[in-house]
Structure formats: C-alpha cells, structure tokens
Design a protein around this ligand. Sequence first.
Ligand code: ARG
Length: 569
Amino acid sequence: MEEIKENIAISIEKALDKKVLREDILDKIEIPKDNKNGDFAYPCFHLSKVLRKSPIDIANNIKEKIVLDSKIDRVEVVGGYLNFYLNNLDVTNNVLKKILNEKENYGSSYIGNGKNIIVEYSSPNIAKPFHLGHFRNTVLGSALYNLYQTLGYHVIGINHLGDWGRQFGLLIEGYRRFKDEYDISKDSLNVLSEIYVRINQLAKEDEKIMDIARENFKKLEEGDQELYKLWEFFREVSLKEYKRIYEILGSKFDSYNGEAFYSDKMDEVVEILDKKGALVDSQGAKVVNVGDDIPPCIVLKSNGSTIYATRDLAAILYRARTYDFTKCIYITATEQILHFRQIFEAAKYLVDEKYQKGLVHIAYGMIRLKTGKMSTREGTVIYINDLINDAISKAKGIILAKNPNIENIDEVAKQIGIGALIFNYLKTSKVKDIIFDLDETLRFDGETGPYVQYTYVRAKSILEKAGFYEKETSDIDFHLLNTKQEVELIKELDKFPQVILKATEEYEPSILTRYLIEVATLFSRFYNECSVIVENEKLKEARCSLVYATSIVIKKGLSLIGIQCPEKM
Ligand code: ARG
C-alpha cells in the first residue's frame, strides 16, 4: 500500500509540472474513512495559494493530466479532493497472497532495526495491592511492548517498583507492632497494606512514631542488616503476588529495578547537576529550574534527603548508559504529567540530547465504576484478584449456557474472561477516563474482546466444516472474491500493517483494538451475505482462504494486545 501511495504522489507531482514537492504531496495523501470516497484521497486546498486557483479547478486539472499506474482503477473529483480507487482485483490478489504466505508474521517488520526501546510500565508501590489503575497501566505497557517487538525493535520492559522511601521506615515499625495479629502468609499484600494504614493512623496521633520511622529509614539507607531483611521480605511478598498477575496478563519485564536500585546512584546525579551549575538553593532545598511555566524540580529536600524525582533522574542516567535507548517510554496516570515534564527537562544536564529527546511520558485517564469514583475508605476499590476471578466465572457461565459440552472450559473461560478485561481497557483512547462495567465487557455482541474472539472461533469452525486445507496460493483464484462484502473485508485486512505502525507511533493500542472490531464486523457482514460452503469448488476454496486470512489477522491482532484466542468456545 505504501508503494501505491508513493506512486500516486509521483503521478500528482508530474501532473503539477513539479510545482509542488513530492514529499509534501505524499504527506497530504489520506486514506478516507469511508471507502466510498476511494482508497486514497488527495486534498487540493493547500495548493490554492501557490497555484492561484480554486481547489476544485486544481483537482480537475490534475485529473485531466494524471497518468495512473495499473493498480489504480480510476480517480474522481469530489469537492476539492481527488479520490483514487484501487483496482480491486489487484488488491485482493496481493493482500491475500501476502497474508497466507506470511501467516503470523503478517504485519511484522524490521523497521525497528534492533534499536533499543524501553517501555517502563506497571511500576506499583510495593506492599500495596494491585488495583484497577495498575491494571490499565499494565495492559497498555504490555501492548506497547508487543507492538514495538513486532516492528523489529529490541524492547526492554522495566518495572520501576516503588520500593524506596520513608514510608518503608513506617511500615517496618507497623510490622513490628502488629505482625502477630495477622497470618502474613495469606493475602500478604492486603495484610501489609492494612498494617500500613494502621501505623499511619497512629503516627498522625503520635509524633514519636514518625521519628522512629525516620530513624528506621535512615538505618535502612545505611544498610542495617535487620531492617534490610525486613524490607527485602516486603519486596519479595509483593513481587510474588504481582508476578502472579503478570503471568495471567502475559506481561513481560526484563528488569524489576525500582526506586531502591537507585539509592546508591543519586550522589552522582547531584554531583553532575552541581558541577553544571544547574542546582540552585530554594528555601533550603536544592532544585533545578526547568522553565518559567512550571515549578522547579526538587532534587534534595531541605533536610538533605533525596526524593522520587532524584531517583528518576538517576534512572535516566543509568538507562542511557546501560541500554543506549532510542526511546524510554513511561506509562503512568495523568497525575504525574508535571513530574515527568520536570525530570525530562532536568535530564538535559545529565544525558546527551539524543537520550533526552527520547524520553516519552504516556498518561492515561481514570477508571471509574458505574457507581462512581473508587475510594479505599468507601470500600469501593476493586482489587485485581477479585476482578479477574469474577470475570472468569462470569465468562464460564456465559459459555456453558451457549455450549454445555465444551472441552477445556476452565482454560477457555480464562481466555475469554481475561481477554474481555484487557480488551475493555484498550479499546478506549488512553487519555480518556473509563467507566468500568464488567457485564458490558463480557457481552458477546458488543464492541468487546469476546466478540472478536468469537469471530475467530467462528472462522475456525467454518474452515473445519468446509474441510479446508492449505494450498499453494498460486492455485487459488482470488478474483472470484468480488462481492462488495468480500472486497470490503479484504481491503480492511490490507490495512493491518499500517494499523500496527500507527498504533505504535501514537502509543495508542486502541487504534488496533478498534480495527479488530471493524474486521470482526466486516467478517460478519461477509459471512451473512456470502455462503462459504458452496458447490463451486474454486469459489469455496477462495472464500475459505479469505476466512483463513481473517482468522490469521484477528489472532495476531489480539495477541499483540495480550489476548489469547480459544480455538473453540
Ligand atoms: N510507583 C509509581 C506509582 O505507583 C509509578 C512509577 C512511575 N515511574 C517512574 N519512573 N516514576 O505512582
């Protein structure tokens, strides 16, 4: 498709007697939302000034003069647009051959050229349960990880655990006081967070507890053996629980170096900033000024202690040296937008420009429940374990009602339940808030994961019924696929590689999710209008190939966003 687009640009350039640069033309060529308006469109409005004619006249002029290559069937002028229509038979042939030959590699490429991309995601604060916000973060990060990988990048997934800070001094104190009241081996994260809440409450009433906490953290920083062991224990039980969830979600991390990892790497940061004259005093604290429109980035507090931002600066320095990254992408909720603006700006004193320019912050919106905002105090926070269990058991009920004799019901229910959750979180653009409703996400007939998975299963069962087996693509007569529904579906499948690229470039897996809904919808339309199992063997073969190609795209698309496809359901 890219090649066709380039050829169109070349033809337009010629028709305009090279009065406009080819690159500028290429830049402006669009793919119309509705393919009634062609497969490509070139808006002529921007030429009006240069050529001193109306966009419609310009479009008509180009149409008269243009020489089109054989892949283009015709061009039409509508308003100030030139709409190009591809030769359908050509598209059909090429696309389907490509998909059937490349199979699960269709859509993958080498454009990343092995360059290093860091995707930093999930990053929960240890000793606290995983909630819906972390879930959104994790599925977004996982999808980006997969997308970059499929484009030939070398991806490093980092979980920047929140595992350092004075709160651990407090938690240690709480643990000492209350541990005997709990069985920490069960539900350990909830126990730790409950202990934290209790000791925090006490500390508000009793100043002395805060002093002890401070003292604890100081000792921890100095490497006190006993305290370090306790901290390590908190980290281990937390990580064990998180890893269980990551396993379920298929999330990959190459490093769990969190904030604590940088505890001995901050001195150097302070030194460099100081040497470069970037550190200034501000009410006793040491800060870096990062622009007039935002507050300075605090590096050392007035008591000399480091903070969250200091560790992030150390992480940037470390990552630039260790991973030589092209991009380092951070995923967090919108609350941290300011923090990242500050540290990215301050990073210019620490790393080369190429690294600083590669720092990217991706913020995502809030999750709300249908019943309102989540709050720990009101008991309306949804913990991920409950959610996963609920989703799986509901999925199981729905599937059993449809197909009581299904094999591997537990495995399938898991794929559907979890797939529904992931899909739901990725179908909305990342910046938008999500109003979460479990029943809605599990519907088989909406814009949901189960709907897309079900389309895949249906395709597989059609192929089974038809006794389909793979043949050399040169033996298949794809030209028989010429109904409107067939052509529309094929053109959609053709877009897949571009969709992957766009979803990655815009850090927006929802582009892929929405695309999969469209493929599923067009597949249903095709299937309702065109019988696959027909007398005419050649036609049956061609239609089966289209069904098979659709199943390949759906399976790959879902796998990129971390969703597995059952073969039956
Ligand atoms: N632990 C933080 C939180 O839960 C997120 C960390 C984001 N990453 C970073 N490098 N600061 O809010």
